[in-house]
Design a protein. Sequence first.
Length: 162
Amino acid sequence: MKTLTLSLLAVFGLATAIPAMAFSRVSDIGEGIIPDEARTSIREILRTAARHVLTFRKQTPLSDEQKAALSKILAEHREEIRAQIKKGRDARHAMETAVKENGSTKAAAEKIGDAARDRALLMARIGAQVRPLLTPEQQKYIADAHGEIDTLVDGALAAALR
């Protein structure tokens, strides 16, 4: 059960978690650089994403058959997920190095873009396998969670650009 929960966290939280890993503490995000309103928005996005991931199981429990099927799907993609996490981390480190050494930030940025594209494609492939296993109620929960997070991200971007 613990493995399933952690695997779901990896799948559903991957898009949110990778950018957050570049920062030390959530409260330090953009301190002195990003306006306080935007910093608050970013913290709220991370909290909301974590809340949805952690409460999904409680609010829309999975049947034993769903758990078994999800475990199988995640096991099939485990190495791809690990590779994607490593690719994202390596791309961020390449950008940090390029900035520090006044190197080619364009090439480093392209690596970040490639990692983001590959992450989105992987999540879409996994989602296409998982979605049919879920009940309409579970699918609605995930859609609502994505909608709430999208709204928060749009608000954070608007606040950062003021």
